[in-house]
Design a protein around this ligand. Structure first.
Ligand SMILES: NC(=O)C1=CN([C@@H]2O[C@H](COP(=O)(O)OP(=O)(O)OC[C@H]3O[C@@H](n4cnc5c(N)ncnc54)[C@H](O)[C@@H]3O)[C@@H](O)[C@H]2O)C=CC1
Ligand SMILES: O=C(O)C(=O)Cc1ccc(O)cc1
Length: 367
């Protein structure tokens, strides 16, 4: 039996647990600072057992995955440094930045414990275990940054364990990871939010609020990631400061260049600017289909009354709204539970929300 501890059972910890369960003979213990998250994870079948005692969660573990927010990883690593662990245990993390994690990864090898940084390069703007998915990492890159004293054979062992994620596991240096991922993932979040904030300030000053009404495809496409979790992105930026600072300075120069081209009405220069971008963008490798399609889930509080589930499904059926999946999450004391209903499209979610709210149900999309 392979014992796995997942520290931080949210979107990524939950999705990793669901993938790793596909290995033969694994037992997964979840640790989280929020007990409710562990209850939810158990009710969704994500973990086998859950505890809010960290030392207990890791004592027997062969693999320990740190899946907490980036800002909490150093604290967790420090705790593990002085906690009894199984000899031969492998510690890995899923944080979006790697240099600051690897700076704290020393001091394990002398105890026969190995540290390998990790970053599965797939996610969602949603968070929490409810949004976790066993195929989240399919076809995505999964970067490993082994500590200097971690033998290759141990990295290979972790690679094997990760096989059911169907991710493309690659080994990289932490500094290189932060530079590249800073450019293609972290900095774009700054750009998206900066643009939204700029438009929001124009919109506030506009009585008719045409900005909101006319917000079309282009604005929506480039700003999708501005809906991500602000706390998570704060942590990521704080842990990749040199790269973010350099990119912000470099972008200032690009903006200067564009501003000058526009001021001079330099048509060929402007066209060249767009053409250069198009050439690079069009040559990006095709994104392979994984499980990254958006989730169309709706949560409905269901009161403790007989026949309530049938009433909900009948209401939706009468409106010809198709359901692709339905499950009951029993998590709260004051109600029988929460119904999670999956649909094919966001349009169906909107229709269903309307119908169910009209009938007095408490309905929400968990962001
Ligand atoms: N969301 C995404 O798209 C991706 C996130 N990541 C990284 O994975 C990590 C987890 O992110 P998500 O799962 O999205 O976040 P999440 O918010 O869905 O889950 C984080 C979980 O960690 C728990 N937690 C908070 N403090 C903790 C602590 N001190 N010890 C143990 N658990 C603690 C929270 O209660 C929560 O259940 C982060 O480091 C993030 O940078 C990596 C790839 C993609
Ligand atoms: O939705 C998106 O495009 C993302 O940005 C997902 C994501 C978020 C954080 C990561 O560390 C890796 C991937």
């Amino acid at each position: 039996m392979t014992e796995i501890a997942i520290l931080g059972v949210g979107l990524i910890g939950g999705s990793l647990a669901l993938s790793l369960r596909k290995n033969e003979d694994v037992h997964i213990t979840g640790f989280d600072v929020v007990e409710e998250n562990l209850r939810m994870a158990r009710s969704l079948g994500v973990i086998d057992s859950g505890t809010t005692h960290l030392a207990e969660a890791v004592a027997q573990a062969d693999y320990i995955f740190l899946c907490a927010p980036v800002g909490k990883l150093q604290e967790l690593i420090s705790f593990l440094r002085y906690t009894p662990l199984k000899e031969g245990a492998v510690i890995s993390d899923t944080g979006s930045t790697k240099v600051s994690v690897m700076e704290h990864s020393h001091g394990f090898a002398q105890r026969g414990v190995f540290f390998i940084g990790g970053h599965p390069m797939a996610g969602s703007h949603k968070s929490g275990v409810e949004a976790s998915h066993d195929r989240l990492f399919e076809n995505a890159y999964y970067v490993l940054t082994p500590a200097k004293d971690t033998p290759t054979a141990v990295t290979d062992r972790l690679r094997e364990l990760l096989a059911p994620t169907h991710a493309k596991v690659v080994v990289m240096n932490a500094q290189r990871h932060d530079e590249v991922v800073g450019a293609i993932s972290h900095f774009p979040h700054i750009i998206a939010s900066a643009l939204v904030n700029q438009v929001a300030s124009y919109s506030e000053a506009d009585e008719m609020d045409w900005y909101r009404s006319l917000a079309a495809g282009g604005f929506r496409d480039i700003t999708r990631i501005a809906s991500s979790n602000p706390g998570m992105w704060r942590d990521i930026l704080l842990n990749n400061r040199p790269v973010m600072k350099k990119m912000a300075e470099d972008l200032k120069q690009v903006m200067e260049r564009i501003s000058t081209l526009v001021e001079r009405a330099d048509g060929p220069g402007i066209e060249r600017f767009f053409a250069e971008a198009r050439t690079f963008r069009n040559a990006l490798p095709e994104k392979k289909k994984g499980a990254l399609q958006p989730y169309f889930d709706l949560y409905v509080d269901i009161p403790d009354e007989p026949g309530v589930i049938a009433r909900v499904t009948t209401l939706l059926g009468e409106e010809k709204i198709s359901i692709t999946n339905i499950s009951i999450l029993e998590t709260r004391e004051d109600i029988l539970g929460v119904l999670r209903i999956s649909f094919r499209s966001h349009e169906d979610i909107e229709k269903a929300t309307h119908v169910l709210k009209d009938e007095g149900y408490s309905v929400y999309e968990r962001e």
